[in-house]
Write a protein that binds this ligand. Structure first.
Ligand SMILES: [Zn+2]
Length: 98
């Protein structure tokens, strides 16, 4: 399977850019600073933004429940949308080969 099959041609939600070859990592556009983007890792529960560094990360370390920053939420939505699409495509392929 090549890259163009793995990601939808029009990424949803907007402002989330997949990083080629790194399925869990994304660049997510900042809402408050036009042009800025944060590195997000959905598998590691990481975002490079201030909100994550100062609010979310300390709670994660203490094992407390967290509200993920907007960037992590966007990246997780994108990741899940991509997975659902891939899953559906694979199921259709399997049906055709049966
Ligand atoms: Zn963030």
């Amino acid at each position: 399977m090549n890259q163009s099959d793995e990601y939808p041609p029009q990424p949803l939600p907007k402002g989330v850019e997949p990083i080629p070859g790194e399925p869990f990592r994304f660049h997510v556009a900042s809402r408050s600073r036009p042009g800025a983007k944060w590195l997000v890792d959905v598998e590691a529960n990481f975002c490079a933004c201030e909100s994550h560094q100062f609010r979310t990360a300390p709670k994660l370390q203490r094992g407390e429940p967290v509200v993920r920053c907007w960037h992590l939420q966007q990246a997780r939505d994108f990741f899940l949308d991509t997975l659902i699409r891939l899953w559906t495509q694979n199921e259709q392929k399997e049906k055709r080969t049966r």
